[in-house]
Design a protein around this ligand. Structure first.
Ligand SMILES: C[S@@+](CC[C@H](N)C(=O)[O-])C[C@H]1O[C@@H](n2cnc3c(N)ncnc32)[C@H](O)[C@@H]1O
Length: 302
């Protein structure tokens, strides 16, 4: 009988696929790649065991393990792969997860009306992998990538010319749809010491998002899921979560879904859809994100 594939197998294959893609052609010698795949599988097994040890502490005793393994640290188990290469592979993998979440979020919704190609802006684009992947695959859409920092463009030639660095809270380019992936809980971080936030900045940021959209414009938001009505302590998903990839030193300004929805409602948006996709990280742990789609309201009379 055929063994059923587990989430773990899936992630080894996935991780391998994205990793192999990032190798330069001269590094794609089949025998070397075969050996590296074995190395990767062994490292994932080892890491998974270590992570499993942390799990009871975290989920049952609700204690933060002293030295939990982030995916970034995982690269130490791969002698032939630099942390930078591994990190870049993870960001690529994340781009594919975001693509799926974006398409599922918009499916069945009325698109903003325009005579031209839809203009879609990924705000907080960081590595730019997501936006350049989308721009590459959807020639009938115009993708723009915006961030307050320039983390360096990926090798993908298509990303050239799409990225623009802006000052925090400046006006955004006109867009039919805006995506905010794992951005909301970092808003204001550039101005205050890490870990301190001013919620007024969230409203200011949402005003800029509102200004950039037409009357029927959409915003697609993904956030770490940390609870529906209140933040569950400790954050259920953070430990092996998506964000541990990016900011292992700061959890950011995490809020329950209800509060994010309230911020958008108070800033002139209506919730059109909410989804809770489960993403598996490299070692196969489930991480829940919330995907919220908002439509701009007509603010007249508000
Ligand atoms: C956790 S990263 C998310 C990267 C990517 N969107 C993803 O989901 O993989 C958050 C990004 O938001 C950016 N950011 C924070 N505050 C911002 C602001 N006020 N305007 C635009 N981008 C901002 C940060 O520079 C960072 O690149």
């Amino acid at each position: 009988m055929m063994r059923q594939r587990s989430a773990f197998d899936f992630n080894v294959d996935n991780a391998w696929q994205v990793f192999a893609q990032t190798r330069k052609p001269e590094g794609r010698d089949p025998e070397k790649l075969r050996l590296m795949k074995i190395e990767l599988q062994k490292a994932i097994e080892k890491y998974r065991k270590a992570a499993l040890k942390d799990f009871p502490d975290y989920f049952i005793n609700k204690k933060m393990p002293k030295d939990f393994l982030t995916e970034r640290k995982f690269s130490n188990n791969l002698p032939n792969v630099s942390p930078r290469q591994w990190y870049s592979s993870l960001e690529r993998m994340r781009a594919h997860q975001l693509k799926q979440a974006f398409e599922d979020s918009l499916s069945g919704l009325k698109m903003p009306q325009t005579d031209n190609n839809l203009i879609i802006t990924d705000v907080g684009s960081r590595s730019n992998f997501f936006g350049s992947l989308m721009g590459h695959e959807n020639k009938n859409q115009k993708w723009q990538l915006i961030d307050i920092k320039d983390y360096g463009l990926p090798a993908r030639a298509e990303a050239k010319g799409l990225f623009q660095q802006i000052e925090p809270f400046s006006e955004l380019p006109k867009s039919d749809i805006i995506t905010l992936n794992s951005v909301m809980h970092h808003v204001g971080e550039d101005e205050k010491p890490l870990g301190q936030y001013d919620d007024k900045k969230i409203s200011l940021f949402l005003k800029k998002i509102h200004n950039a959209l037409p009357e029927d414009g959409l915003v697609v938001v993904t956030e770490d899921y940390v609870g529906k009505n209140k933040v569950e302590e400790p954050y259920n998903n953070f430990i092996k979560g998506v964000d541990s990839l990016f900011y292992p030193d700061s959890l950011g300004n995490q809020k329950p879904v209800k509060e994010w929805i309230d911020f958008f409602r108070n800033s002139g948006f209506t919730l059109e859809k909410e989804l809770y996709p489960v993403h598996f990280n490299v070692v196969g742990f489930p991480v829940v994100e919330s995907c919220l789609v908002f439509r701009k309201n007509n603010m007249e009379g508000n």
